[in-house]
Write a protein that binds this ligand. Structure first.
Ligand code: PNS
Length: 167
């Protein structure tokens, strides 16, 4: 009997508020491993995210321009429902340090309970990005620190514009 080819669509979900070079590094590592990688941006209420969904999507799309098998989309509600809609059987998450593991393990096990056919794959970002997070980059920017090593140029610009607007 001929083997049935499995769908190799993977979802890389997150808040991406905003996308950092750490996220991008992971996207670049993950994309070649799958037929398609869908970067899935959690919609959030505008009050929860610093950047509105439209801006977060724009920033990611500009950052992944040229990566042929990467698609950027948004979702609301359960991640596993979005994965099913996309015919994806894999969720990709990055683990930077042991401290990420507990939260990631909990999420992965909950998602597997909710959708037994959907597996989570953990990947390691490059060592240079082990300390990077959207939250810290925003904090550094807010206090006038240098952020150009942490995010793509257009994201750094957006962060500085947001800081200057807020005063
Ligand atoms: O980048 P983040 O903020 O750590 O990403 C968290 C995210 C978006 C992956 C997670 O909050 C999520 O999947 N939210 C959707 C709601 C959901 O499915 N919750 C149950 C997962 S245990």
């Amino acid at each position: 009997m001929a083997a049935v080819a499995k769908s190799r669509v993977a979802i890389y979900p997150g808040s991406f508020d905003p996308i950092t070079n750490g996220h991008l590094d992971l996207i670049r590592r993950a994309a070649p491993q799958f037929e398609e990688l869908v970067v899935a941006v959690l919609q959030h209420d505008t009050k929860d995210a610093d950047f509105p969904l439209r801006e977060r999507l724009e920033m990611i799309r500009k950052s992944v321009d040229g990566l042929a098998n990467v698609r950027v989309d948004s979702f609301d509600g359960l991640l596993v429902d979005f994965a099913r809609q996309q015919n994806a059987s894999l969720i990709v998450r990055g683990i930077r340090a042991v401290s990420d593991y507990e939260y990631e393990l909990q999420m992965a096990l909950m998602n597997r309970k909710l959708a037994p056919g959907v597996e989570t794959v953990f990947m390691l970002p490059g060592e240079a990005y082990g300390y990077l997070s959207s939250r810290l980059v925003k904090e550094v920017c807010q206090h006038g620190g240098e952020i150009d090593d942490f995010v793509p140029a257009h994201v750094a610009e957006a962060l500085r514009a947001r800081r200057d607007r807020k005063g």
